[in-house]
Design a protein around this ligand. Structure first.
Ligand code: GDP
Length: 332
């Protein structure tokens, strides 16, 4: 089926009917830099919003090579056998350089790509983390309206992208490998705190013994953190994405988490908080974008940086100067 016209009402109807071409088209509008496209995108999102929200949103992170795509393929295929419809999105700001390193690579998730109950969409390229994250957040709404009831958002374990993904999902899964004993070394504290579950992947063959030891160590570490507001005690599980082992166990943990957090209302509380967060974040991003793309500001900014470097002006005075300049340019 193809979306015949690009008029927004028609696109919305097609999205609600589960048309993949229409869904892709709408996401492209969301990612566009063209103001007219963005207006259309907003219209579509607002009309999809009443049909969204009825899904489980899962964030997945882990360093390159940990097995994210192998895992998502295994989980995605498993879920479609359980009558779920799975959408896979990505927050990958590095894609602006590598043109979509996470999902853009066509050799990744070869099976899931062919699965008619799965929808895979790479991160848009050429955008900042803020931009990519916001588009993904909006794409979630569109995917849900199109009937996808499990949304997986993948990110690489670098920089701020994990925080962004954490703030748009219900359940955050950290994929790890068993190391050479000191499992906790080099792991960012913030990421451990965000994780609702740690899955130690590649728990197969010669790795199995080390993986079991790692499980004990991670469990011990997780118990040192204060209990989350949701009262959920993060779990550690073993899996082999390659051999399709432990996948159903992880899904059971997700289901347990969802039922537990729905029961004590922390599920909906978290979603409300996330909506407020994205509301404020979008304003912040837009203001910053407007400020820094002002041509006057661009020139003056460079001048001030030189003055600061030469100790001609204090950074605070320079900042106030620039803001003043910006506001006065708005008044005319
Ligand atoms: P990503 O960069 O995190 O997406 O990792 P990939 O999914 O591309 O996997 C990196 C490599 O690890 C590939 O060669 C996979 O075949 C391999 N791999 C992934 N999962 C497992 C697993 O459970 N066990 C083993 N032994 N290898 C795996």
């Amino acid at each position: 089926k193809r979306a015949k016209k690009t008029n927004p009402e028609h696109l919305v109807r097609q999205i609600l009917a589960g048309n993949i071409t229409a869904l892709s088209q709408a996401i492209t509008l969301v990612e566009s830099k063209n103001n007219l496209h963005l207006k259309t995108a907003n219209h579509i999102i607002n009309n999809c919003l009443p049909h969204s929200g009825n899904s489980i949103r899962i964030g997945i992170t882990g360093v390159p090579g940990v097995g994210k795509s192998t895992f998502i393929e295994a989980l995605g295929n498993y879920l479609t056998t359980k009558n779920h419809r799975v959408a896979v999105l990505a927050v990958d700001p590095s894609s602006s350089i590598t043109k979509g390193s996470i999902l853009g690579d066509k050799t990744r998730m070869e099976d899931l790509v062919k699965n008619e109950n799965a929808f895979i969409r790479p991160s848009a390229s050429g955008d900042s983390l803020g931009g990519v994250a916001q588009h993904t957040r909006e794409s979630i709404v569109l995917c849900e309206a199109a009937g996808y009831d499990v949304i997986i958002v993948e990110t690489v374990g670098v920089g701020q992208s994990e925080t962004a993904v954490h703030s748009m999902v219900d359940f955050f899964l950290l994929l790890k490998l068993a190391g050479a004993g000191d499992e906790l070394q080099g792991i960012k504290r913030g990421i451990m705190e965000m994780a609702d579950t740690i899955a130690i992947n590649k728990a197969d063959g010669d790795n199995l013994k080390a993986a079991k030891l790692a499980k004990v160590e991670f469990n011990r570490a997780l118990h040192l953190y204060p209990l989350k507001v949701s009262r959920w005690q993060p779990k550690v599980v073993l899996c082999s994405a390659l051999k399709n082992e432990g996948i159903s166990d992880i899904w059971n943990v997700v289901k347990l988490y969802i039922s537990q957090t729905k029961e004590n209302n922390s599920f909906s509380d978290k979603r409300k908080e996330q909506n407020t967060y994205w509301f404020l974040q979008t304003i912040n991003d837009a203001l910053k974008q407007e400020f820094y793309s002002n041509s006057n500001i661009e020139i003056e900014l460079q001048k001030r940086i030189l003055q600061i470097e030469n100790s001609k002006i204090s950074p605070f005075t320079a900042a106030r100067d620039l803001l003043q300049l910006y506001y006065s340019s708005k008044e005319i």
